[in-house]
Every structure is written in C-alpha cells, then in structure tokens.
Design a protein around this ligand. Structure first.
Ligand code: NAP
Length: 267
C-alpha cells in the first residue's frame, strides 16, 4: 500500500532523517493541518477572500465567510462543501458596528470561538486625484479598509485572548507601502492598516496571538483596473491564499509578521 504524505514524514522522522519535533512531523497531512480550527474570512464571497476560504477549508478548517452579497457567499460555501470542506456564511456589512457585533454573537453560537481571523474585505478607489474625490467615497474606503478591521478585532480578539492563541491576518496592499497617484484614499487606508497591524501585533503577541499583514501587488480580481497589465502575469487570488496558508501553518513558536507579495514578472 502506498504511504500517505504523513506516513512518509513519520518514517523519515523515525529514521532520523527529519529532526524537527515529532508533533510537527505528525501534522503534515494537508487536509488535517487546521482541523479543529474555526477560520473567519471577511469578504469570502468572491475574489481573494473566496480563494483564502477555499484554501483554509482544504486544510481542514471550519470556515466562516461574511459579506453583503448573499448569492456570492452561497456560491463560495457550496463550492467548499462540494469539495468536502466545511463552510458557514453570514451576511454582514462590516462597516456597521451593530452588524459586526451581531456577527460575533452568531458565530460564537453556531460555530464557537474563532482561531483564525482573516480581515480581507476591502474596496478600491482609483478614479482620480484626491482633490476630486467625493467625501462619501473617502468614507467608504476608510470605513471598509480600516475602521471595519478595528471593529472585527474588537469583536473577535477578546475570545482569542481568553484562549491564549490565534492568528489575525490583515490583507493590505503594496499600496500601503508605496505612493499610489489617483488612489490616495485607498493608499492611505492601507498605510493605516499596516500601522494598525504592526501595533496590534505588539499588543497581542503576549497572548500567543500572531497578527500578520499581507501586502500583495495587483491581483487578477474585479477590484483594481487592469489597463496596460497582462492578467497572465498578475498575481492570482490563489497566490494570496497560499501566503495565508504559510502564515497559519507556521510552527507555533515562529511568527512571520509581514509578507510583501509581488508577481515574478512585472505585469
Ligand atoms: N485585487 C488587487 O489587486 C488587490 C491587491 C492588493 C490587495 N488587495 C486587497 O485584497 C482584499 C480583497 O480584494 P479583492 O481583490 O478580492 O476584491 P473583490 O473581488 O472586489 O472582493 C472584495 C470583497 O470584500 C467584500 N466587502 C467589501 N465591502 C464590504 C463590506 N462593507 N462588508 C463586508 N464585506 C465587504 C466584498 O463582498 P460584498 O460585496 O458581498 O460585501 C468582496 O467579497 C481587499 O482588502 C483589497 O484591498 C487587492
């Protein structure tokens, strides 16, 4: 009978080929690496969030996705369940504090405490210079990309502190590190998100909670304009999901706090 991936790793460990601690070797079977963990992904109905939810479900997590569009949430949940994964979906506008608090109560009642929180939901704004941006658009971008992350951490970090473990991953952008002409509000929201992430990471690491930030370049989704870019060279949502996988499957003692993700070839 062919050996499974974990059996091969076990054998290598017994023979002394692998010298990492035994409990880590035991946990190399892809579909069980997150078994027993609840992972909540905001904006999991489409794009990068859907890819992250699919990846974490594949690793054995009970996934929970939220967003405003029920049909997209249902489609992602169906896809995950059809592949043997577990997914619950909740409608929630994360810019509304009362909705986030209701989400936290519903998730706690239906699924239990969250072990992995991926703050992925976001909106773009790339239409022109800041002086021509309508104030409502400024509010939408900042409230979704920054304020709502505070709401989510406020709602879900206390249970992680009680459990003294957890991963919070904030999906930022390379626009949070660079200048972005005609996208100043978006860039400001992501620079803010990076500062929030670095600071909260220091607040929570004493409780064994890792807060990491991922800064991808342009990803092939509906969010950003692709003019002049070759979609085949652009990052794909699965590439961001792979980074999230790496972050949540690190050895518990190690903490990669930031990943800047670029396409190999400039698109
Ligand atoms: N695409 C890129 O080039 C790129 C590059 C770097 C970083 N990012 C970041 O990656 C994240 C995901 O972007 P994407 O490319 O996957 O965009 P997308 O395809 O437009 O998806 C955005 C997601 O956010 C959700 N969302 C937006 N506003 C929400 C709200 N008020 N409440 C709840 N959910 C909300 C949307 O769901 P509903 O519409 O159902 O609410 C949707 O699921 C964003 O934070 C974005 O800034 C993207």
């Amino acid at each position: 009978m062919p050996l499974s991936g974990s059996s091969v790793a076990e054998l290598a460990w017994f023979k002394g080929i692998i010298t990492t601690p035994r409990e880590f070797v035991m946990n190399t079977n892809e579909s069980t690496r997150l078994t027993g963990k609840n992972a909540l992904i905001t904006g999991g109905g489409r794009g990068i969030g859907a890819a992250i939810a699919q990846k974490l479900a594949l690793l054995g997590a009970q996934t929970i996705i939220c967003g405003r569009n029920r049909d997209e949430l249902a489609t992602t949940a169906r896809t995950i369940i059809a592949r043997g994964g577990a997914c619950e979906s909740f409608r929630c506008d994360i810019t509304q504090l009362a909705e986030v608090e209701h989400l936290a109560r519903s998730v706690q009642d239906k699924v239990g405490p969250i072990g992995v929180l991926v703050n992925n939901a976001g909106v773009g704004s790339f239409g022109g210079p800041l002086h021509s941006l309508p104030p409502d658009d400024w509010d939408k971008v900042l409230n979704t990309n920054l304020r709502a992350v505070y709401y989510m951490i406020r709602a879900f970090a206390p249970a992680m502190i009680t459990k003294r473990s957890g991963d919070i991953i904030n999906i930022s952008s390379i626009a949070g590190k660079n200048a972005l002409p005609n996208g100043a509000a978006y860039s400001a929201s992501k620079w803010g998100l990076n500062g929030l992430s670095y600071s909260v990471a220091e607040e929570l690491r004493q409780y064994n909670i890792r807060v990491a930030v991922v800064c991808p370049g342009s990803v092939h989704t509906d969010l950003s304009p692709h003019e002049g870019k070759d979609p085949n060279r652009m990052l794909q949502p699965e590439d961001v999901a792979h980074v999230v996988e790496m972050l949540v499957t690190q050895h518990p003692r190690s903490f990669a706090s930031e990943v800047v993700l670029r396409p190999t070839q400039k698109p």
